[in-house]
Design a protein around this ligand. Structure first.
Ligand SMILES: NC(=O)c1ccc[n+]([C@@H]2O[C@H](COP(=O)([O-])OP(=O)(O)OC[C@H]3O[C@@H](n4cnc5c(N)ncnc54)[C@H](OP(=O)(O)O)[C@@H]3O)[C@@H](O)[C@H]2O)c1
Length: 249
């Protein structure tokens, strides 16, 4: 039997990058997968890649109505949820002196508020013994240039996880964080850097990583699959760095 056989798994931001790789891994492990993303075309393309009758829902996690729609759709279709991977996130990098209120709010409403209400609204339909995985970032612990607001939004996520691991212990719902280091995903394109600056960023990141390269999305997915499944049945409140050792430097 596959490790997620018979489980229903939700991945926000499952239409791209680390979320898509995780959605594919969950489906291959036997889960019924539901993905949420903003762009309809990317959600449709992701459903093709995930296969296994995956379900796609289009919506903005910063808009709390999205979570009500997601929960209602999952309740109607499957009646329950076993795995919630809160992965959708946005990074807007710049010196603190240049951060506008709009860009500050966009990062916190997506990365922190969207996670808080997405998870708490899902709790009534989560099975006891389920698994919640929150995707943070190496940036919350390691000071990286231009990352102040993004890092703070991810630090909030880590604080939620610690509280929830204890709040939900009575239901045996495990809550863990994955802190990725640099991974080669579309998030880097979304930074909008010119090609020279992008090449410089890639080189600087690779140089800062003890394993001397950026991560591959399937390497993040393996960690997510571990935390989603009973393979990690005695792991809660953990923060798993998947960063090629970068946090050590
Ligand atoms: N790649 C890295 O180096 C790295 C490092 C540390 C942490 N992370 C974290 O890992 C997570 C996944 O990032 P990624 O690298 O896979 O980036 P990505 O390819 O850009 O994926 C981000 C996903 O989040 C979704 N998303 C963003 N804002 C959303 C919103 N308001 N509502 C709904 N969905 C939204 C995107 O959907 P649309 O594309 O449809 O907008 C996309 O599916 C993020 O939380 C990110 O902060 C990434």
């Amino acid at each position: 039997m596959s490790s997620l056989s018979g489980k229903v798994a939700l991945v926000t931001g499952g239409n791209s990058g680390l979320g898509l790789a995780s959605a594919i891994a969950f489906a291959q492990a036997g889960a019924q997968v539901v993905i949420v993303g903003r762009r309809q075309d990317a959600v449709d393309a992701a459903l093709q890649a995930v296969g296994h009758d995956a379900v796609g829902i289009t919506g903005d996690v910063a808009d709390l109505d999205t979570h009500d729609r997601v929960i209602s759709e999952i309740t109607q279709r499957f009646g329950r949820l076993d795995v919630y991977m809160a992965n959708a996130g946005v990074a807007l990098l710049e010196p603190s002196s240049q951060v506008s209120v709009e860009r500050y709010d966009r990062q916190f409403s997506t990365n922190a508020r969207g996670v808080f209400f997405g998870v708490t609204k899902a709790l009534p339909i989560m099975n006891d013994g389920g698994s919640i995985i929150l995707v943070s970032s190496i940036a919350s612990a390691k000071v990286l240039e231009g990352h102040a607001v993004y890092a703070a939004s991810k630090a909030a996520v880590e604080a939620f996880a610690r509280s929830w691991a204890l709040e939900l212990k009575g239901r045996r719902i495990r809550v863990n964080v994955i802190s990725p280091g640099p991974f080669d995903t579309p998030i880097l394109e979304k930074l909008g850097l010119a090609s020279e600056a992008r090449a410089g960023l890639d080189a600087a990141m690779a140089a800062a990583i003890p394993l001397a390269r950026m991560g591959r999305p399937n390497e993040l997915a393996s960690a997510a699959l571990f935390l989603a499944s009973d393979e990690s049945s005695f792991v809660t409140g953990a923060n798993l760095a998947v960063d090629g050792g970068m946090a050590l430097t």
